[in-house]
Design a protein around this ligand. Structure first.
Ligand SMILES: Cc1ncc(COP(=O)(O)O)c(C=O)c1O
Length: 433
């Protein structure tokens, strides 16, 4: 660990990121992993290695990690059974002109665990897979409009709704956005697009669906001849083995998985009714790397562990312990810090603070938690893994207790910013999980 005046330092990380700034637009491949999304200057940037629930940065600092690669690391870093499966596959080959038997093994496991999955296809990224689901829904129904709630990834299919640039305006009409739990708003959209809606797409993140909402969505979709698509990229293999559809007891026509399925290896899945999924072939959806065997070997090991061990129960228990620990620590210091969301994927926020004050409070929290050896995200979702033990969570809660006790008087005095060691304070923070 590198320290100056008792403070952890991140000099190597910062120097490397300066280099990255010249070579890599945005400095990173993932918006939510840009250093400015954390506490740039007072928080590690580059990983050296990771094991279990702990990571080490290139400056030699060690941390308990709650970011979990933004969700994919559900079992823990370098999880032995998964690494062994990858090592066993490696000498047999990664990709060839022949198909991998693992495609069938993993497809079967997905159909056993996921309620809507009669047939599956593999992809690499979440956005790529959600775009494929949209294409399938359009091909199957012969309609164009998709009513969507939430983030589905960067492809034009979805980005046409907000269109930050670079997406043909013509695509905008084919994607319409509705708000979570807002039945009237969605009904208005349905009425405005008679006979045109191919699918209603949604994911569950932090806010719980109102009672009956997801079943209502399914019924509405079917009533108008459309499909229901669940984006289970975050909820899959986390809320329950079968994702939100199992947890809430509502089976969609199509579902997309990407994060919890291969413990960090790049694999995404579109799953659904066989009849609907058949449109995948008709719609000419095809990629080179879908049968890449290292990710499939990892997924097979992961899914067998999910099937045979109480992974989800443990994620719930640890997430609950984290929620309780942080909530108690906040209450003891009178800090307006709230832990929302579902236990395996909790979301945190400061309640009632002006946006600028909240931004500074987050910077302070991330900076000081990192100083005490804990990495977490600025709002958005934090993720426990199967490798987080009860004592790890106790350590996190104890660190939070110390930081909250320092932060509360700073907030009261309006002097948080003066205590920040960050290089840059985010002006507008937009979270993608
Ligand atoms: C719900 C949801 N859908 C889609 C995506 C896009 O996945 P990817 O970043 O792998 O393209 C994400 C990414 O965080 C997500 O959280």
């Amino acid at each position: 660990m590198t320290m100056t005046n008792g403070l952890r330092t991140y000099e190597r990380s910062l120097a490397l990121f300066d280099e990255a700034g010249e070579l890599i637009p945005g400095g990173s491949q993932t918006n939510s992993k840009r250093p400015t999304a954390f506490a740039y200057g007072a928080y590690p940037i580059y990983l050296e290695s990771a094991s279990g629930c702990r990571v080490r940065d290139i400056d030699g600092n060690e941390f308990i990690d709650l970011v979990s690669g933004l969700g994919p690391i559900s079992l823990g870093y370098a999880y032995p059974a998964v690494d062994e499966a990858i090592r066993t596959q490696l000498p047999k080959g990664i990709l060839s002109g022949l198909l991998s038997p693992l495609e069938v093994d993993v497809a079967r496991l997905v159909t056993e665990l996921v309620p809507c999955a009669e047939a599956v296809r593999f992809f690499k990224g979440g956005g790529e897979a959600t775009a494929a689901a949209a294409r399938v829904a359009r091909r199957f129904t012969g309609r164009e409009v998709i009513l969507n709630c939430g983030y589905r990834g960067w492809p034009d299919t979805w980005a046409a709704a907000a269109n930050d640039g670079g997406v043909p305006k013509a695509l905008g009409d084919a994607i319409q956005t509705f708000a979570f739990n807002d039945r009237e708003g969605l009904e208005r959209l349905v009425l405005a697009h008679p006979g045109q809606v191919a699918a209603i797409a949604i994911d569950v993140q932090v806010t719980p669906p109102e009672p009956g909402y997801l079943a209502w969505l399914r019924d509405l979709a079917h009533e108008i001849g459309a499909l229901l698509i669940f984006d289970e990229i975050v909820t899959g293999f986390r809320l329950a083995n079968g994702g939100a559809q199992e947890y809430f007891g509502v089976t969609p026509d199509l579902a997309v998985f990407a994060k919890g399925i291969a413990n960090g290896m790049p694999l995404a899945v579109v799953a659904g009714q066989a009849e609907v999924m058949a449109a995948m072939t008709e719609a000419a959806i095809s990629i080179t790397y879908g049968g890449e065997a290292l990710s499939l070997a990892a997924a097979k090991a992961v899914l067998e562990i999910y099937r045979d061990e109480p992974v989800v129960e443990m994620l719930r228990a640890r997430g609950r312990q984290l929620r309780d620990g942080l909530t108690r620590a906040a209450a003891e210091t009178g800090l307006p810090f709230v832990v929302d969301g579902f236990d395996p994927m909790t979301a945190m926020r400061f309640e009632g603070l002006e946006p600028e004050v909240s931004t500074d409070a987050w910077s302070f929290l991330l900076q000081e938690m990192a100083q005490r050896g804990v990495l977490m995200r600025r709002g958005g979702l934090n993720f426990v893994s199967y490798s987080h033990g009860a004592t790890d969570i106790e350590e996190i809660a104890a660190a939070a207790g110390e930081v909250f006790a320092e932060l509360a008087p700073l907030l009261a005095a309006g002097t948080v910013r003066g205590r920040l060691r960050v290089r840059e304070t985010p002006t507008a923070f937009r979270s993608f999980s």
